[in-house]
Structure formats: C-alpha cells, structure tokens
Write a protein that binds this ligand. Structure first.
Ligand code: DAH
Length: 354
C-alpha cells in the first residue's frame, strides 16, 4: 500500500465510523502500518536506514490525513445538527420548571457585571496548573514557605513529565497567563474554582475565588483602593462601606495589603457596612516587579495592582449563609431557600442583588 492510496481512501471515508475503522486497519495494534513499523526490527542496518524514514513518513502522512478528515466530518455533522435541531427559545417555560440559580453563580454574574462597568474583561485559566504558574512565576520559588502554607493537591506526574502538576490553589496564576497572552495594559478579573486540602464550616476542598489585575504605566495604591471601594459599594449595595487597608505579606505583591471592611449589627445580624467592627475580605497589593518580568513584560515600564478574594465568602456575607459546606451539598431545600430565579439577571441599573 503506498501513501497516496491510503490518503485517498481516508479522504473518501463517508463518515466518522468508517474513518475510525480505517484508522484501526492502518494504525491500530494489528494495523498495516504498525506491522511495517514492527518489521524494522528484523531488517539489517542498511535496509533499515532506507526503509525507516519511508515508513515514518507514511505513518505521519496517514495520521495527518485522518485528523484532517475527522475535523471535516465533525464540522459537517455539527452543521447538520444546527440545521435540524432547532429550539424555539421564545416558547414560555413550563410551569413545572423549578430550577434555581446557585448563589455562587449569581454572585459570579454580579461580579462580572460590576467589573464590566469599570472596564474589566473576564479571563480564565486551567484548574490543573503547573507549579510554574501556580507558584514560581508568582515569586514563590521552590522551598518558599508559602508553598507549604497552601495545602496543595499534587497530581501524579504523567508519563514523560518530571514535575507534578497541581490543582490550582488560587486564581493568581491567571495573572501571569493573561499578561503572557495579551501583553499590557491589562484590566481583568479572573473568577474560578480553586482547590486546597482543607475542610470545616468555613473551608471546603474546592471553593471559588476572583482575582483582579490592572497593569498600566502609572497605576498606584490609590487606584487600588478606589476600585475596591467602588466594587464593594456596588456589590453590597450600600454607600456606607468603609475600607481599612492593613500592611500584610503576599509573595506576589509589594507592598501588600489585607483589606478589611466595616460591619455593623442590624436586626440582630452582622451585616457589611458601618463601622462597629472590622472583618477581612480581600488580599491585595502592587504587583511584584518579578511577577511582571516572569510574564514577559518590562517592570520598568509597567506596574499595577492585583487583588484576590473568596467568592463563596462574599456570597455568605451578602446573602446571610453561615455554613460553606452547604454550598456544595446539592440539597434542593437549601437551594430553594437561597437560590435565585433563573430570570433574575443582575444588572447595575436594576440592582445587582436580585
Ligand atoms: N492568591 C491569594 C490567596 O489565595 C489572594 C491574593 C492576595 C490575590 C493578594 C492577589 C493579591 O492578587 O494581590 O490567598
């Protein structure tokens, strides 16, 4: 069988099933090309030297042709589905529909709405992360004590990998990934799931964070404080939100500040707003020059601020839940009590609070 014949047959495969059959016939364990590859072992050196490149080229050509045909068949299939499976979205929902929006989804929508109004885009990153992005690029080199602080889940290395990847312990790696991908200036939020080996009433092994990052030429701590104040006022829908910034330490910011928000007691309940006491809500700071450099930007040219906070915790504070674990129990009674109607889409003009 020569390469042209094989490619010809692949290009004429009428559907995904026959393409798969062809793949098995050519490249499977007992496949024709696999047999040729195996035969290299019994050739003398001279023959192998002439045959090996031919066989490898054949395998590569066939592999590529299969991938191309597969993509074409899948695209055709999608087109067919889109044309035939129409849904009339204007039909009214049936009375029996009882699903509700989970408070975390609701709060994520609220946050995206608030920050979109301030000109922030939404960025995402992978939940399975390399140690470089989760730690090293964020100025936490190996043996840095902060690595041990985060109760990290490590994955078994895949064959050929010498480093274990991790379930990301925070959304901060999206900082580096976004600067790398899009350069500067940057104005983004990065919401998403994060993982730590920890479990009690206020900790679950998976929870949600949101990261903020602003990089430009002349960004200062003043911009950071204004942004956080504006965000928290919009989120809690109160003007009497008071912030206090306390000097702190994070490896990826310098200087670093923990941000407390004032609380007061209303109708026997502690609520955000006023100034009877303080509670910590955010970590933040000016992005460390090393973090900017690790993302491929020149820290003499670019600077900015970052912040990070727990989304579930924000939901608890705003909507008055007291046990984080209930968020992830999947108990329909809890969701009925705290969930949001599907059509309550948060808008700034209508009030983000549903
Ligand atoms: N990544 C930190 C954590 O998970 C939170 C954080 C603190 C994010 C300060 C930031 C920051 O961007 O500037 O504990």
């Amino acid at each position: 069988m020569d390469s042209a014949d094989a490619v010809n047959e692949i290009e004429r495969a009428p559907d995904l099933q026959s393409l798969e059959a062809l793949r098995v016939r050519l490249l499977g364990k007992q496949g024709e090309i696999t047999a040729k590859l195996k035969s290299l072992g019994s050739m003398d050196a001279e023959m192998r030297a002439t045959e090996a490149p031919k066989i490898h080229a054949l395998r590569e050509g066939v592999t590529n042709a299969i991938a191309e045909r597969k993509a074409a068949l899948e695209a055709a299939e999608l087109k067919r589905k889109l044309a035939t499976e129409r849904i009339d979205l204007s039909l009214p929902a049936a009375d029996s529909v009882s699903g509700t929006i989970h408070p975390v989804s609701q709060v994520l929508d609220e946050l995206a709405e608030i920050f979109a109004d301030l000109g922030f885009s939404v960025a995402e990153g992978p939940e399975i992360e390399t140690q470089w992005y989760n730690f090293t690029a964020l100025n936490m080199p190996e043996n840095h004590p902060a690595r041990a602080m985060q109760d990290t889940f490590y994955l078994e290395p895949r064959p050929g990998e010498d480093e274990r990847r991790v379930l990301r312990t925070h959304t901060s790696p999206v900082q580096t990934r976004s600067m790398e991908a899009h350069g500067a200036p940057v104005r983004l939020i990065a919401p998403g799931r994060v993982y730590r080996s920890d479990s009690d009433a206020t900790h679950t092994p998976m929870f949600h964070q949101i990261e903020g990052l602003v990089i430009d030429k002349a960004i200062t701590l003043g911009h950071l404080k204004w942004t956080l104040e504006t965000f928290l006022k919009a989120f809690f829908e109160r003007d009497d939100i008071v912030l206090r910034m306390r000097p702190s330490y994070f490896p990826f910011t310098e200087p670093s500040a923990e941000v407390d928000v004032g609380w007061s007691v209303e109708k026997g309940r502690r609520v955000v707003g006023g100034q009877q006491g303080w509670m910590e809500v955010l970590g933040s700071g000016m992005v460390h020059p090393r973090v900017i450099a690790n993302a491929g930007l020149d820290p003499d040219e670019w600077q900015g601020f970052a912040f990070g906070t727990g989304v579930d915790r924000l939901a608890m504070l705003k909507y008055g839940m007291d046990d984080l674990r209930a968020f992830f129990d999947g108990d329909i009674r809890w969701l009925k009590h705290y969930g949001f109607r599907a059509l309550d889409v948060p808008t700034l003009s209508g009030g983000v609070g549903a």
